[in-house]
Design a protein around this ligand. Sequence first.
Ligand code: TGC
Ligand code: FAD
Length: 390
Amino acid sequence: QDLFEGVDFYLVDELFTEEQILIRNSIRDFVKKEVSPYIESWAQDAHFPPEIVPKFGEVGAFGPQIPTAYGGGGLDYISYGLIMQEIERGDSGMRSTASVQGSLVMYPIYKMGSEAQKKKYLPPLAAGKMLGCFGLTEPDHGSNPAGMKTHFKDMGDHYLLNGSKMWISNAPHADIAVIWAKNEEGRVHGLIVERGMEGFSTPETHGKWSLRASSTGELVFDNVKVPKENLLPGKSGLGAPLMCLDSARYGIAWGSLGAAMDCFDAARRYAKERIQFGKPIGSFQLVQKKLAEMLTEITKAQLLVWRLGKLMNEDKATSTQISLAKRNNVAMALDIAREARQIHGAMGITGDYSLMRHMMNLESVITYEGTHDIHLLILGQEITGIQAFK
Ligand code: TGC
Ligand code: FAD
């Protein structure tokens, strides 16, 4: 891990500004120091380390794209992507913590919140003094969030919230939850629910083989009285949570690249060191094929997210362009993790190497934020004009 220097076959670094490289390198150093030495034992123990939250805040990993006036980094989208890439090189679960906080909690508050909500929540979230989670998925509504059952009633001086959410990253440790629920007319709204509100609980989901260093849980709302000022006033309808997903999916397209780079780097080194039949395994054509294909796919994925980042910076990126990148890069990373694990033979199944952890993590990454097939259908709809998922 310590030797990791990145993968840059096409001199992609030349496409980045000095500032972007500086940011990338500072997060790379942070991950080497604060994540890589501990991640294997956190994952083996299914332990989420709460002490990482203020450290992420200090290094600027939370809401890098949010303006500095609210405590964010005020950075461009390529810098944001590079930050996600470096964190996920360490672990997808760590990147989940950061991208949920930045893209799914801070972003909706910044884009749809009142000035008072922005002032109250954004600075402590950016600093890692507060942790947030995002509740859209329900036990019976994953790919189809439009069917959500969680609802709230206007009681005059407050809202009464009932329902539940499932598979929520950060939930068991979160101080606040940005959740999506229907009003009496069936329109989706965002609400900020705070830990400590009566009737609100966050039971942890146990037994995951994936994202073990990230904590996942349910959000249960049993007649929770939510103050009226906690409704996000800026936008309603399903488009509101889906807009947040665009920002997070963009980060995942970069993040998965980091996991792929880590696997490739490990496989390249192992292929040169491991001797079988009197030669390094890297001298066999089949191993070289695996490595050559990994490098090819990483290079294509790097150029894809760089271009997407430019479009994001110019406010020209479309949701379907983001779907294409999320889908392609996560599948690419998962394939590379599997191949890299094979190159490591039996050693690849142990915690001495990061391959199996990345591979298992990426099974969640290919499922959350829209499954691989849902993104394919989003693209299919764009191409044909015909929706195939209903
Ligand atoms: P549809 O009728 O297509 O759209 C409803 C409204 O939303 C608008 N819209 C979008 N707006 C912004 N960004 C997008 N990406 C948007 N996609 C759609 C759309 O224009 C429409 O607006 P309006 O004004 O006409 O009402 O909605 P649908 O019900 O047909 O569903 C479409 C579908 C299936 C693509 C969508 O529901 C979907 O993406 N499903 C996947 C669900 C998903 O991604 N869940 C993620 C949960 S969060 C999570 O996983 C966090 S993990 C984080 C971590 O740990 O890192
Ligand atoms: P389903 O929707 O039941 O899908 C099951 C299978 O059916 C999939 O292969 C899917 O592609 C396929 N399928 C579904 N519909 C169609 C169709 N129309 N056509 C073809 N195939 C279809 N959610 C949050 O809100 N917040 C979070 O923080 C969060 N964190 C998560 C963390 C982890 C570790 C995981 C695993 C999930 C998380 N999720 C979160 C939930 C995630 O977004 C959902 O799991 C995802 O959207 C898929 O929903 P589902 O699991 O209910 O699968």
